[in-house]
Ligand binder design. Sequence first.
Ligand code: MG
Length: 441
Amino acid sequence: MAMNRRELLFNLGLGAVGGLTGLPADDPTRERYAAATRGLAPLKITDVRCIRVRNLNVVKVETSEPGLHGLGCATFQQRPMVVETAVREYLRPFAIGRDPDQIEDLWQTAYTSSYWRNGPVLNNALSGLDQALWDIKGKRANLPVYQLLGGKCRFAADTYRHCHGRDLTELEDRVHQAIEQGWRHVRIQLGGYGSPQLSRDPDFKAAGFGSASDEFMAPGPYLRVTPKMFEHIRHTCGEEVELLHDIHERVAPIDAINLVKQLEVHRPFFIEDPFPPEMNGYFKMLREQTSTPIAMGELFNSPHEWVDLITGRLIDFIRVHLSQVGGLSVARKIAALAEWFGVRSAWHGPGDVSPPGHAANAHLDLAIHNFGIQEYVDISDELREIFPGTPTMEKGYMHLNEAPGLGVDINEELAAKAGAWDTGQGLWKPVRRRDGTAVRP
Ligand code: MG
């Protein structure tokens, strides 16, 4: 179709520059421009609230346009009330009256407003604001957030399912079940993060050391049984299924290196968290000894933790928890950095991510080329009712709806009825060695 100069400029996004001034009042170009920009009328943030639902913290940002609001994940289930206070006492007065369209500027200025930065509490509060602003921008543009990030690289996000078993038979059953349900990737663990042979009555408890509810983990049985677990699952569940495992930092670094080397023969998809973040220096030693793919980063809060591992090509999957690093704005930059170093994404996505947080993960998953895999846990029907629009699952794939923004809303009445967890419920229990020595984490 032939286009006149004004239409051409308009279609190039240059309508304003191309000179709407001087056009006759009835010129159709003027009308189209006005229609396209109507949604971008000046807007102000009018309120920022932290809503607590069970173990989840969600930040709701309201604007001067009635009904236009955004949601972001600020879940730090071990310290929810501190994040709530940070949102109420610091982020709310900081953000009210500002322009929600300026996501990057708001992020940068809020980030440095405390001078000291990169901690989990303030990062979670910031993530709540950040993700809510992306949600608002998507609604204003009438586009899902993945479109703002560059559009789809894939039709859905492939996920891995947790399979934990108290013994090899139970684990094998759970892996078979996951495969039948359509999963191609499973994380296999015996017991929790340790071995089933662990004593229920370790010496420290008999001696009255620590608390009765403290957990016990002995590295020896774990290190011996884990290669057997891989061998068993490979043998009984076949070659096709991709196997993942989380060491969860619970053994000495040199023992972790030895274990990861032994697992190489079973072709794991990845082995996660061989070392605590404080031991990042060991990754070079690990890399020199095995080609087993390594995932790391769910405990990271600061660029100081991920930049060297990515640029040194010392890991294969970056695992950060979006709200712990400060939100979607940070994670998309991490993804861009990682792409140039062949590092893929595996965003942390367990039960302490809220539905808007799962959606933020999935929007990024769809839009980045270096997507690796998405962690998934079941989201209850009750939570889906509180958060309409929560991503759905089919045959191991996570699907987003096509609503503008993140696509997830909140029913505040149902959220209030569900209530917030007692703060003790989210606490990470101490784990100890036989003599009572505390294990990290
Ligand atoms: Mg983990």
